[in-house]
Ligand binder design. Structure first.
Ligand code: ZN
Ligand code: ZN
Length: 535
């Protein structure tokens, strides 16, 4: 049999693996590339296989970087089943049409500009209708149920504890009388996350395809509920609003969970809490309807209250008008809105209306990517641009680390260390260059197992428990160096905007410095020209 790595290879996004065994072709995940403009162009390229010849898809979880190209796959002729857990399907019913909606409106915007420039029409990657069609291919299963996919090919979903419905997949494949067990980790959850259960134990396996998102990092250990209490109390004392940018799926429900606990214990004042994101509202409803997914603590609350996340103070907005009306309501209140890194979504207009207010607070919970508005704010930007408007930052900016849905390096190692028998090899995926290499090294050192860090298009050929790698015959589009340079240039672009503000401030105070600064900038430009001449 053969596994070809067709996404999330030396990067965190676009998960997709092709498993070929016994004349069957099975895709594990079919994810979209998310991130910078350059990375997103990978969504447009042709699949490295013929979608019509894929027999089945097995999906680890609903996140778009694992499920987002399923509508494209179906559109291009895939006609088999997409296997997932029930909750993953329910989440995909929310996420895939939403993703399609984004594709449609991006194409529309591009065409509006493009037509004026005489460019050819841009087609969306897929439409809402095409996403709906893809959803008809789903077939759902419960955790720990052995599914006989084909003669000699079985798989089982195990709880990955990452988001609601998430799974890692245990394959058992018998070829020429030899059985091989392979685990695809999908995304592995951070143990101790509120609401959902911790990841199940890894079963005995010969080969493991493992994620490595936090392969070179460790989450800080602290009492998150207590930290949140302090931030809320301080925010209320300042008198303004508390804005929490949060991912619609997962993070919003975790925030609500903590806030409900704190409010019921009278540890924070009883102020209104508004969820202002249609997708977060849907994801919260889904969480409420799936108590089977809860961990023990959440289960206890559910049994007592009959509802995990409700409070008289919590309300959900529906329309855009309702969302806008929040700006005219008396403070203080807590507004939770997407997106989590404040690079899009309704949270932008709440930031526009609150960042300039010295009495307001903005709380970022979790990792903020380089180049995002969230990152700029936690790095201390004094002025930012939001929807074309310059906004001064006077609000208190708070940041809580460690809110990750991913296990960190040590938690991943612990997870594998608990296995009865060491696997033959690990294939390290779903991590950027440094994370993947560091994690592979840790696996070797701690478990003494072989590791490989496949590049896009590489394959592993497996016979029983023997294996060897075959390097790619595909063009290596995903050059990590190229990406790093691209990201560095993007950051540089942001830096220049900041330099500009700083220079303007300096020269506004003292105009005599202008000539000197201008000369020095000319010098810096010459230096860059020199560098480019020499490469
Ligand atoms: Zn995920
Ligand atoms: Zn992922």
């Amino acid at each position: 049999m053969k596994i070809t790595f067709l996404g999330a290879a030396r990067m965190v996004t676009g998960s997709c693996y092709l498993l070929e065994a016994d004349y069957k072709r099975i895709l594990i995940d079919c994810g979209m590339y998310q991130g910078s403009k350059l990375i997103k162009t990978f969504n447009e390229r042709e699949f490295a296989f013929d979608p019509k010849l894929i027999d089945a898809v097995v999906l680890t979880h609903a996140h778009i970087d694992h499920s987002g190209l399923l509508p494209k796959l179906v559109k291009q002729g895939f006609n088999g089943r997409i296997h997932s857990t029930r909750v993953t399907k329910e989440l995909c019913e929310i996420l895939l049409p939403d993703s399609a909606h984004i594709q449609e409106s991006e194409a529309e915007t591009a065409n509006r500009k493009g037509m004026r420039a005489g460019k050819p029409e841009v087609k969306p990657l897929y439409t809402v209708d095409e996403a709906e069609t893809a959803l008809k291919h789903f077939e759902t299963h419960t955790y720990n149920e052995k599914i006989e996919l084909y003669d000699g090919i079985d798989f089982t979903f195990r709880n990955a504890g990452h988001i609601l419905g998430s799974a890692f997949i245990e394959f058992s494949i018998t070829e020429n009388g030899k059985e091989t067990k392979i685990v695809f980790s999908g995304d592995v959850g951070q143990p101790g996350q509120p609401i959902i259960k911790d990841p199940s134990r890894v079963p005995q396996a010969d080969f493991i395809i493992t994620e490595s998102t936090y392969g070179d990092r460790v989450h800080p250990v602290y009492d998150r509920e207590e930290e949140l209490r302090k931030i809320v109390v301080e925010a209320v004392a300042r008198g303004g609003n508390l804005i929490i940018p949060a991912f619609a799926v997962g993070r919003t429900q975790i925030m609500l969970y903590y806030l409900k606990k704190l409010m019921e214990a009278k540890k924070i004042p009883e102020i209104p809490i508004v969820i202002d994101s249609p997708m977060a509202t849907k994801a919260t409803q889904l969480t409420l309807m799936n108590p089977d997914e809860y961990d023990d603590e959440a289960q206890t609350i559910y049994n007592k209250d009959g509802n995990l996340l409700s409070l008289p103070q919590i309300r959900f907005t529906q329309s855009v008008e309702e969302s806008r009306a929040l700006n005219f309501m008396p403070s203080p209140m807590i507004i939770i809105s997407a997106s989590g890194m404040a690079d899009a979504g309704r949270v932008l207009h709440h930031l526009k209306h609150n960042l300039w207010r010295a009495d307001s607070t903005v709380l970022f919970a979790g990792f903020q990517a380089e180049g995002s508005l969230g990152r700029l704010l936690i790095d201390g930007a004094k002025r930012v641009r939001i929807m074309g408007e310059e906004i001064v930052v006077k609000a208190k900016i708070q940041f809580m680390e460690g809110f990750s849905a991913h296990a960190d390096k040590n938690q991943m190692l612990e997870w594998f260390r608990a296995m009865e028998k060491r696997p033959k090899a690990f294939f390290v995926v779903h991590g950027d260059h440094d994370a993947a290499f560091n994690f592979a090294e840790e696996l070797q050192r701690n478990l003494g197992t072989a590791t490989a860090i496949p590049q896009y298009g590489d394959s592993v050929v497996i016979e029983g428990t023997d294996w060897h790698m075959e390097t790619s015959h595909l063009i290596p589009e995903e050059l990590p160096e190229g990406q790093e340079l691209h990201e560095a240039l993007r950051k540089f672009e942001r830096d220049i905007a900041l330099y500009k503000t700083r220079i303007e401030q300096i020269t506004a105070r003292d105009s005599s410095k202008a000539t000197d600064i201008r000369k020095k900038i000319e010098k810096a430009k010459k230096y860059v020209d020199e560098i480019l001449k020499n490469v």
